[in-house]
Design a protein around this ligand. Structure first.
Ligand SMILES: Cc1ncc(COP(=O)(O)O)c(C=O)c1O
Length: 442
């Protein structure tokens, strides 16, 4: 068997970990999150759903595809062309890019309840701005939240309490080291669909609540009435409802998934797929809710460059014209079925949740689940696939790619079943098990 990871990639990452705390700029892109010592850390080229690593190896990407940021696939030609044209004419200037106004108008056309827009370049910072705006509008400090919303102080403040309040909110072990302890008591987490926990926050802190921040849904639709319940309770105490559409937006329909779910927020946040690999984030809201954006100082140099809005406009056109959400659903369902079938065929106990197929994922039901998922990833690398336990389909994933992936999964699941029956899972592993959640590297 060839080496799991090429030497250029391994050496550079070893050096990177000494130079850059955490090794990479995003936790989810640490090789340790997939298969320590095996995962190719760096890419040389990425096109459609194909990736060439630093050592020249070729892979099909069957993971979350850049953490959900490239719904149209890598280097989508229309988006690349629009960006190249703008860069050739100069993408930064003393004056402002007119495309930002066009993008703001377009986002309001797609979401007719929204009247005001501010643009950013990343998801977490857009969420932080949404919270700042909500606080400025209401004149209050506290925030109720559900799910993951980035790395900023307002969010990690939820973990300043006595317990790990953010446990279960997508990422485990988020350490609030460096977050001022004085922010304790400003952010309160509640589990999705837990009306009792949400009501307790409303009862205890309603009069100082600025906002309720949540994804309208993640892996499945909410139970009937839940979003309306949250909105009504929030409005009753004078708090704004903020939807984080950073990951689920555009994956279910043309716009935020809330358009489908029928309960509109006061503010919604977009990023990731909106720029298809180019940095752009947006906060949209009603005129009343966005009042605080007039009075609070929210301003940054690179929020005025042109690549982000230009990429977003081209991405919006391509998403609308291709109805990418329908394609992602179809491809995602094929992959969910393929996991279920291969699991059955080889007697592997798997859970493939009835999740939205655009954010498909599975888990091994076994005490060695983490070792199994690591070994799965290691063996899939040898077969030419970047693969883990989550798959976010893109426009670039074809039935043919899925069929090739299916053959590889079948072969690897057969080996996993054999390893389980022999008790040799650990012996077969080519490196340590994957990390789960956040932890220090060195
Ligand atoms: C729902 C949600 N909100 C916020 C973020 C943070 O966005 P970014 O990584 O662009 O800062 C993410 C990223 O995974 C996300 O999934």
């Amino acid at each position: 068997m060839d080496e799991a990871v090429g030497s250029k990639s391994r050496d550079l990452y070893t050096h990177a970990k000494e130079r850059m705390p955490g090794g990479a700029q995003l936790l989810s892109k640490r090789p340790e999150m997939f298969a320590p010592d095996c995962w190719p850390a760096y890419f040389r080229e990425a096109r459609d759903c194909e990736v060439w690593d630093l050592d020249g190896r070729h892979f099909y990407d069957m993971t979350h595809n850049a953490v959900g940021s490239c719904l149209l696939g890598y280097a989508h030609p229309d988006v690349t062309r629009a960006v190249q044209e703008r860069v050739a004419r100069g993408s930064m200037c003393t004056l402002n890019p007119p495309e930002e106004v066009e993008l703001a108008d377009r986002l309001c056309e797609i979401h007719p309840w929204a009247e005001r827009v501010r643009l950013f370049r990343a998801g977490g910072e857009a969420c932080a701005a949404a919270v700042r705006i909500a606080r400025a509008t209401t004149g209050r400090s506290a925030v109720a939240l559900c799910g993951y919303h980035g790395w900023h102080d307002w969010y990690l403040a939820a973990n300043l309490g006595d317990d790990d309040a953010l446990r279960g909110h997508l990422l485990r072990g988020l350490d609030p080291a460096g977050v001022p302890r004085e922010l304790r008591g400003t952010a309160f987490a509640f589990p999705y669909e837990d009306r009792v926990a949400f009501q307790q926050i409303i009862d205890a802190h309603g009069d100082r609540l600025a906002a309720v921040v949540m994804e309208p849904c993640r892996y499945r639709d909410p139970e009937p009435g839940f979003l309306a319940f949250v909105r009504d309770r929030a409005h009753t105490v004078g708090a704004l409802l903020v939807y984080d559409e950073i990951t689920i937006g555009w994956r279910r329909c043309y716009g935020g998934v809330h358009l489908q779910l029928g309960v509109t927020p006061d503010i919604a946040v977009f990023a990731k797929a909106l720029g298809n690999g180019h940095p752009i984030g947006a906060v949209i809201g009603t005129a009343d809710a966005m009042e605080g954006a007039h009075t609070s100082f929210i301003s940054s140099t690179y929020w005025t460059e042109s690549v982000g809005p230009v990429a977003a406009l081209a991405t919006l056109d391509a998403m609308r014209d291709t109805e990418v959400w329908a394609h992602a659903d179809r491809i995602g369902r094929m992959v969910q079925d393929l996991w279920r079938d291969a699991g059955k065929r080889h007697g592997l106990s798997l859970t493939v949740p009835e999740a939205h197929a655009c954010l498909a994922h599975f888990g091994f039901d076994h005490e060695q689940a983490n070792e199994l998922r690591t070994l799965f990833t290691q063996r899939m690398l040898h077969r030419g696939f970047l693969a883990g336990v989550a798959f976010y389909a893109t426009l670039a994933h074809t039935g043919d790619v899925v069929a090739q992936y299916g053959e590889a999964v079948d072969g690897v699941f057969a080996e996993l079943a054999e390893a389980l029956s022999e008790g040799s899972v650990t012996d077969r592993m080519e490196g340590p098990p994957a990390h789960q959640g956040f932890r220090r590297l060195l």
